[in-house]
Every structure is written in C-alpha cells, then in structure tokens.
Design a protein around this ligand. Structure first.
Ligand SMILES: C=C(O[C@@H]1C=C(C(=O)O)C=C[C@H]1O)C(=O)O
Length: 245
C-alpha cells in the first residue's frame, strides 16, 4: 500500500497554472495526483478515496473536518467568464434552470442569485451529460462551468456571469474552489505544496502555448478573470456564501 498523499485537482484549464509547479516540484514524490471535474472531487473526498482536493467550496459543509490548507485556489473579483447562466431568452422569461452535473459551487451560487438577486422563482433540473446541446432551449436556461462554458460564449444570446452577479449583489469577491483536506497533513508537506502552487504564475506564456484554446484568451482568463490568491477579501466572500447556503 502506498502511503502517498492522494491529491485530486480540477481537470479544467483554470487549474493549469496551479498544477504547473506542483508537477515540476519534488512535492510529486509525496503525492499521487489525479484530475477530475469538481463534483467528482467532492464525492471522492467524502468517500475517503483521496486526502486533499481542489474542492468546490459548496461541498465544505458536508465534509467532516474540512479545512483550507493553502493560500491558493480558484477565486474571482468580478467577471469569471467560465461560470454563467446561459439562455436564449432574457432572465425575466426563464422558467427552468438546468444545473451543471460537473459543478457543486456554481449551481448553488446560481440558486442563491436567482432567489435573492434576480428574485426569480424557477424550476431546477439536474442536467444530463448532453444538456448543453439538448436541453437549453426556449425558456430553459442552464448553468455551465469550466472550459465548456468558455466554448459556449458565442452560442447563446444571454450569458449571465455568476461571479459578476455575486459582486453586484454582495459587493464581495468569491471563492469557487480551494485546496481542502479532511484530516491533518504534515506541516512540511503543506509548506512545500503551497509554494509549488505559485511557480506557474511566472510561466503563463508556456502554459498558454501548451494549451491551444481558440475560443477565449487564456492570458485574460489567467490574469484578469481567475484570481488564484485567497486573500482576506476572497475569504470574506466565502464566509458570506457559506452563510447563504
Ligand atoms: C471558475 C470555475 O470554478 C470552478 C467551479 C466549481 C464548481 O462550480 O463547483 C468548482 C471548481 C472550479 O473549477 C470554473 O470551473 O469555471
């Protein structure tokens, strides 16, 4: 049996800058690393098959002993672009909202905003794998996250950015996911792991060149949209979000 720390990260482009340094640092000797979509990371940490995840924060209340162990994560202070409510009709006319099966945080954020900010009473449906092509039509809207959201930007007349709407509603920043463990991890490991997260920020050009993505500028995404440092302003947004859910 391996006594390595089992780590799971988000499988989207937004996590590449964090993984760049982890994959190149000697912290790799201490870990087994897998990537998966966010909802599966929550499931894996809950069932105990991993020790540390870039966990969607909405899953925190359901995970006993959940604690943020790093200064880095997936956060925003305004437009995120890759988390939105997509629709062919304006929000006033939306009747049904499909909730992305890959998400845990954004689907709760959408519900909070629809209720409190847009004051809309809608029917929520759990999305099937093919929902983007088959179900978001007429007065059905859909929450889409990650690379798939960036790829849909040109396909819908109405794109409501959920991080921008959160800022309008609360005036606060937002944390979508953070490195979260459900048990104590060695202090020296945490220190090494934390430092490794930051290495990629000095290599964005290389990361962008290695991940061709014609639909959206990854430079803008990595520098303007996603904010990777979980400072006090981000944590204040997290506190408010956890109170609301
Ligand atoms: C900004 C994003 O943040 C993500 C959204 C998550 C969620 O909704 O559960 C979880 C992790 C992050 O990858 C995104 O994926 O586009």
């Amino acid at each position: 049996m391996s006594n390595k720390i089992k780590v799971a990260a988000v499988s989207y482009l937004n996590t590449k800058p964090l993984l760049y340094g982890i994959e190149r640092s000697d912290v790799m000797n201490d870990i087994e690393l897998v990537v998966d979509y966010p909802a599966n990371l929550a499931r894996r940490l809950q069932e105990g098959s991993i020790d540390l995840a870039l966990l969607p924060v909405a899953a925190m209340p359901q995970i006993e002993g959940a604690r943020i162990i790093s200064d880095y994560g997936i956060a925003t202070d305004g437009n995120v672009v890759s988390v939105a409510l997509f629709s062919h009709v304006p929000i006033e006319e939306v009747e049904v909202v499909y909730l992305d099966y890959q998400s845990r945080t954004s689907v709760r954020l959408a519900q909070v905003l629809l209720e409190h900010h847009w004051k809309k009473d809608v029917v929520y449906k759990q999305a099937a794998v093919d929902y983007i092509d088959n179900d978001i039509k007429g007065d059905n809207a859909g929450v889409i996250i990650g690379d798939r959201a960036l790829q849909q930007l040109g396909n819908f007349k109405y794109v409501y950015d959920l991080s921008a709407a959160w800022k309008d509603y609360t005036g606060l920043d937002f944390i979508f996911a953070a490195w979260i463990a459900n048990k104590d991890l060695p202090v020296d490991f945490i220190e090494k792991f934390n430092k490794a997260n930051a290495i990629g920020f000095d290599h964005l050009d290389e990361i962008i060149a290695a991940n061709p993505f014609p639909e959206y500028s990854l430079y803008t995404y990595y520098t303007d949209n996603i904010k990777y440092v979980l400072d006090e302003r981000k944590r204040a947004g997290l506190k408010r979000f956890l109170e609301l859910i």
